[in-house]
Every structure is written in C-alpha cells, then in structure tokens.
Design a protein around this ligand. Structure first.
Ligand code: SF4
Length: 409
C-alpha cells in the first residue's frame, strides 16, 4: 500500500514548530542560522536545532532543514562542517538544497536525505529525473506546474518523492527567481530577504508609437500589477493526492502561529477524510482558512496558467480576515482555571471564540482576569499584548488552544 501523504508545515521558530505538530503536521521545514533562505526570520541556532529535532522525534515527526541559499565561493568552506553537524549532532531527517555545489557537499559529507528545493524550479520530468540521478530522494516541484504535469512526472519518474505547495503566498516570478527587491531596495530574495516589492503600488506608463506616454490605471488609481493572490487548494486537495504526490507543503516560515495552526488543522482534517475513503469537500474548511489574514485565494497553476483573475490589482481589499488571534492558552492549571498569553488587547466581558486542534470552535465570555506578573495583584479588566493573565472559565480548554475575536460575520 502506498504511504500516506505527508503534511509539511513551516516552522519559523520553536513556538511555530510546537503549534504545527500540535495541530497535526507530520513534518516541519525550518532554517538554521546558516545557509538558509528567510534571512529575516527567526531561524534556529545550533542548540535550537538539536532541541527541535529531539522534540519532533519524540512525537514521531520529521524535521527538514533548508540549505537552499545560492552561495558564493567564500560561503562554501564552512558548509561541510555544518552538514556533518546536521547529520551527526542534530540528527535532522533531511536537507533541502537548490544549488549543485551544495548538493555535492551534502553527498560528500553525509548520507542525509536530500530534497531539491523549489528554488531549483523543477517543472518537468527530465529535470526531476536528473535530480534523482544526482542523488536527490525528493523534488519540491515549482509552483508553476499543473495537476496534469504532476501526474506525468509521477508516471515517468515513479520512484522519487514529490513535494508540492498546497497553500500560501505566490511569487509573480518563477519560484522566486526575482530581482525586484534586490534591485529596488537592496534586499535579496534569493537570501530570503525579499521586501515583497511585487506587492507595491505602481504607476505604469505605456509609450505609444509617437512617443506619447499614457498612464495605465486600475480602477482609476495606480495598479498592483505584480501582486499575486495566495494559493489555496483545500477545495481540490483530493485531486492533488490522487496525482501521486508524497508531501503537501504549506508555505510561510515568516507567518504567525495562528496561520500555522489554522492551515495545518484544516488540511489535516481534509487529508484524514481523504484516507477515510469518503472524501467530500466541507465548506467550513474554506471558512476557517478565511479567518486568518490572507490575500484573495487562487488555485495557482493547478488547473490553468493564472490569468488576470489571479492578481490583486487593487490593494484596498488585498488582505482580509474574519478573526483575530488575541490569546493563546499557555497553561491549564485546573479544570476551569487557565493562564493565557495575550497577543492582542483583551477586555473582560467580551465574547471570544476558542479554537483547538480538533472540532468546532467554542464561545466563551472572557471573565475578569488576574495578572500573573509579580508585584501586580488584584483583578484587571483588560490586558495588553505580551502579558500573562490567569482566568477562570467554565469551558474545557487546553494548552495551545487559540482564543480569537470575531471581526465580522
Ligand atoms: S518581490 Fe515578489 S515576486 Fe519577487 S521574490 Fe519577492 S515575493 Fe517573489
């Protein structure tokens, strides 16, 4: 029997890793402080990497480490020792590489499982086969492939693991091969430091044959011509699994805990339903994915090449969300007493929803709170971000549950 597909989540730091596993991920991908994209993210230092792998393996989960920068000569010398550290000390499950030199160094210094990064822009079976011949056990396909492309790659290269993106931001350029941010602001997308210049507002001028310039407007204002919608595949996730992939990847190492937990929970439920043999799409999944901040959703390249409908031309309604994370349950002290870690200001008496890793959200009325900080005693009626409060709530909540405010119905 074919192995169940892996649900792979982003982990920008230890808290996100913990949330990803708690909400149902089989594996996470993360970056070390060395040789990884996402320079601005909270990547893991060596001690944190060791801790992360230990935590994952105790729960039978996997950790894939990104080694996917495109390095220059002076960066290669330190790589062999780092690869040996990843295999022998940290014990990671595999590495993700984009560069052939890095691939060779990984092979020379370890027996680590190697994934060819999406940065390598694999869009056809010959390229996938070539990566396999060079030593990769898995290829992360570029986002620019269709379901039909995936099926053909699967049939022509049957014994390689295939990983595809199922949710998250899209680049308007092929798998991040883009110099916009580097050129405009000196921040290198291929070092994980993209300033998202494609989301900015542009005044575009068209010059006609006689040299006259005409502005191009979108809805009477400058346009966001490069600003792609976000990928969302929940409505056809069964078709992606049917195409024969091995791993379903959620994009977003820079995103917050609410994003990680919510996407993982929704796709986990859908995948479980697929393997129950009775897959039917549940509209609630999409509603749940709409609770978090997102650009409008698109099906990306899965069915057709994106057309004008795949772009957000108007930034005024580029992002939307129906809910906002206000607190996380940090500790369950007794059946009805909890410590909450506050993320956005909360007020006693307000109605909030509690979302956990299983089932429907429940509604609570936030009671008066007590600060847990030393020196502050007595009851408080509101609490600010980064504070910890103690509350008594007659509801069954658990550690890592997320408490959220409804912004609109
Ligand atoms: S500027 Fe936009 S298209 Fe270019 S790498 Fe960044 S996110 Fe991708």
């Amino acid at each position: 029997m074919k192995k169940r597909v892996e649900l792979l989540a982003p982990a920008g730091n230890f808290e996100k890793l913990e949330m990803a596993f708690h909400y149902g991920a089989d594996a996470v991908f993360l970056g070390g402080k060395e040789f990884s994209l996402r320079a601005g993210g909270h990547n893991f230092d060596r001690d944190e990497l060791v801790e992360a792998v230990k935590y994952a393996h105790q729960r039978d989960k996997k950790v894939w480490v990104a080694l996917n920068i495109i390095p220059h000569n002076d960066e290669m010398d330190a790589l062999p020792e780092y690869v040996r550290f990843l295999e022998q000390t940290a014990g990671v499950d595999g590495v993700i590489v984009a560069d052939l030199g890095v691939l060779e160094i990984v092979k020379e210094n370890s027996k680590l499982h190697i994934s060819a990064s999406t940065q390598a822009s694999n869009t056809n079976w010959r390229s996938v086969k070539m990566w396999q011949e060079m030593g990769a056990s898995r290829v992360v396909l570029a986002r620019e492939v269709s379901l039909e492309n995936i099926k053909e790659i699967r049939s022509k290269v049957p014994d390689i693991e295939i990983e595809v993106f199922i949710h998250g931001a899209m680049c308007m350029s092929v798998s991040g091969r883009c110099l916009l941010s580097n050129y405009m602001i000196g921040r290198d997308a291929n070092r994980g430091d993209c300033a998202q210049s494609c989301r900015w507002k542009y005044n575009v001028m068209e010059e006609n044959n006689s040299g006259q310039k005409e502005p191009i407007y979108s809805q009477d204002e400058p346009t966001h011509i490069f600003n792609s919608k976000d990928l969302c595949t929940i409505e056809f996730i069964d078709k992606i699994i049917d195409a024969g992939v091995d791993s379903l990847k959620i994009e977003g190492r820079m995103k917050g805990i609410y994003y990680v937990a919510t996407t993982v929970k929704v796709y986990r439920e859908a995948i479980n339903r697929y393997y129950s043999g009775n897959f039917t799409y549940d509209r609630k999944w999409l509603e749940e994915l709409e609770t978090m901040s997102h650009r409008k959703y698109t099906t990306g390249f899965y069915f057709n090449k994106p057309d004008s409908e795949s772009q957000n031309y108007n930034n005024r309604n580029s992002y939307s969300q129906s809910h906002k994370l206000v607190a996380k349950v940090a500790e369950k002290i007794s059946d009805n007493e909890y410590i909450l870690e506050v993320r956005n200001k909360i007020f006693a008496g307000e109605e909030l929803e509690v979302a956990s890793n299983k089932g429907e959200p429940i509604i609570i009325i936030l009671p008066d709170m007590r600060m847990t900080k030393k020196g502050i005693t007595g009851i408080v009626y509101e609490a600010n971000p980064n504070s910890m409060v103690r509350v008594k709530v007659d509801a069954d909540m658990n550690r890592l549950d997320m408490i959220r405010r409804v912004l609109k119905k």
